[in-house]
Design a protein around this ligand. Structure first.
Ligand SMILES: Cc1ncc(COP(=O)(O)O)c(C=O)c1O
Length: 368
């Protein structure tokens, strides 16, 4: 008998999950995002940061430059804010986007584009195929913007810095390369920003960074756009002077300067990622899931669609929120498979490990 379709809840939307499944917010294990579950500890804040108007402080600018390696930035309320803005600010040109990737990019471009024929996609599940499609477009010699999510959420695809600089140098006049590095903090050496000299001589390359993922503080709403002055100025003009509130600046200064936490946290994320996968491994094997990719903060798996829907509902009924990616999958989708994206747990939290283990075991038992 065909199961009734389960309406899926967006990543991180615990409010909707709590209402739908009648489970208190605090009781959920949220595996539906790629946000670090071991958040940066909030330091004791000086009350002044709540009282004064939040002009960007020198200390904040210094800390941003220290962490990211470039001082050519516009701070914004999460990289989401620039994802929405850029299509309105950059020259009106066709755009080439990953067919599968953080969907807000394509939505923003679709909203800003007058002609839907200007929106093009490259397949984003296979590195070689993606490169081939991008190369093909470059060879046409016509101007266009290229959007790359590096590494791609959810497919895990990633391109080398050399490849990205090469593409930006070959884009025809007016075209920008837009690189979303929301998940690159685990491998800072793979960031375009780690190549300061080259980055600062290129005038058609913009890079987005997200504070919320690696530092586990998505609710603080902090992100950055790095790039040429003319684009940064256009962003400043749109978002105004007080877009980053005082407490957000204070927490970020502390976090950016805390190299010890950052180093420990990279190790911790790796361990939590391994532990989460070890827990899920028997189940993933049982349902013959095929790995698509990983960024350590998440891993993505192709699973038979109907089975994945049942699994999603089974887990949600027991307070574990998973993420099934449906949007934009069509271009890449192997027939009747859907994509499961698994976040990671804090493996030091024994009650979470125990509960998750129990739900996984129970689900495996439904096969017998
Ligand atoms: C690839 C990617 N880019 C950007 C964002 C937006 O993140 P934020 O606005 O919190 O910086 C997300 C959020 O999930 C994402 O997955």
């Amino acid at each position: 008998m065909k199961a009734e379709a389960v309406k899926l809840i967006h990543g991180g939307d615990l409010q909707s999950a709590a209402m739908r499944y009648g489970i208190e917010l605090e009781e959920w294990i949220d595996l539906s995002t790629g946000i670090n579950p071991c958040a940066y500890p909030i330091p004791k804040l000086n009350e002044i940061c709540f009282q004064q108007l939040p002009y960007l402080s020198t200390e904040f600018k210094k800390a941003v430059t220290f962490y990211y390696g470039s001082d050519r930035f516009a701070a914004c309320s999460g990289s989401q804010q620039v994802i929405e803005l850029l299509p309105k600010l950059l020259p009106k040109l066709p755009v080439l986007l990953p067919s599968l990737g953080y969907q807000e990019h394509s939505e923003s471009w679709i909203n800003a584009c007058e002609n839907e024929r200007d929106i093009h996609f490259y397949p984003a599940t296979d590195q070689d195929v993606a490169i081939e499609r991008i190369e093909f477009q470059l060879e046409q010699g016509e101007p266009f913007h290229l959007v790359v999510i590096n590494p791609n959420n959810p497919t895990g695809l990633s391109f080398s810095v050399a490849q990205l600089f090469d593409w930006s140098s070959r884009l025809a006049e007016g075209g920008f390369l837009i690189v979303d590095e929301a998940f690159i903090d685990l491998h800072p050496e793979q960031s375009v920003l780690s190549h300061y000299d080259e980055f600062h001589t290129v005038d058609n390359l913009v890079v987005m960074r997200s504070f919320g993922k690696f530092f586990g503080l998505a609710g603080l709403r902090l992100g950055f756009l790095f790039g040429p002055e003319v684009v940064l100025q256009a962003v400043h003009n749109r978002i105004g002077i007080w877009s980053i509130n005082g407490p957000a600046q204070a927490v970020a200064i502390d976090a950016f300067n805390n190299r010890t936490w950052q180093m420990n946290n990279r190790v911790n994320i790796r361990l939590n990622s391994e532990r989460t996968l070890t827990l899920f491994s028997p189940l993933l094997k049982r349902i013959e899931a095929k790995m698509q990719g990983t960024s350590l903060l998440f891993s993505s798996w192709w699973v038979e669609s109907e089975q994945l829907e049942q699994m999603y509902d089974f887990f949600a009924q027991r307070g574990v929120l998973l993420r099934v990616i449906e949007e934009g999958v069509a271009l890449n989708k192997p027939s009747d498979l859907s994509l499961l994206r698994l976040g990671i747990i804090d493996a030091k939290n024994e009650s979470i490990v125990l509960k998750l283990q129990q739900v996984i075991d129970e689900f495996i038992l439904t096969f017998d």
